[in-house]
Design a protein. Structure first.
Length: 149
């Protein structure tokens, strides 16, 4: 598991930025609505211009109507006009760091195939990946280019 930070930032600045994202994701996790699974998740998504959008999972009695924290954060960021993203922090109460689900990976790759993904647990365990590592053969807008077929 590696981090490939944005080239314009120094290592110390990237660590500080990821730390701030971790804290915002942890706060968002506290707001999660997860009465069915008990699996609360918070997410904080950093846009290229430095703005952060947070989200939490919101479950529903009709299970498919629920939405993941990562997609809530992405939707909030897009609604604010952001389209380029650098990093995502995810906070859970799991024993092991948890990467985004497949649906969230697909939603995120639309905007940021090289996104740094940091997953943290309440117990302090961390893991980092790039979105490309988590979804190596992604279906992207370029996949829709009919002239390539």
């Amino acid at each position: 598991m590696t981090v490939r930070p944005a080239p314009s930032k120094g290592d110390a600045e990237v660590a500080q930025t990821l730390g701030a994202l971790r804290d915002q994701a942890a706060r968002a996790m506290e707001a999660a609505y997860a009465p069915y699974s008990g699996f609360r998740v918070g997410a904080a998504l950093l846009s290229a211009d430095g703005a952060v959008a947070a989200g939490c999972n919101v479950e529903n009695a009709a299970y498919p109507a629920g939405v993941c924290a990562e997609r809530v954060a992405l939707g909030a960021a897009v609604a604010q006009g952001h389209r380029e993203f650098l990093a995502l922090a995810i906070a859970t109460e799991a024993q092991e760091p948890t990467p985004p689900c497949g649906v969230c990976r697909q939603a995120l790759v639309e905007f940021a195939p090289d996104l740094v993904v940091l997953s943290v647990t309440r117990g302090g365990r961390e893991a980092r990946w790039t979105l490309h590592e988590l979804l190596p053969h992604a279906f992207t807008p370029h996949s829709l280019d009919h002239s390539r077929h």
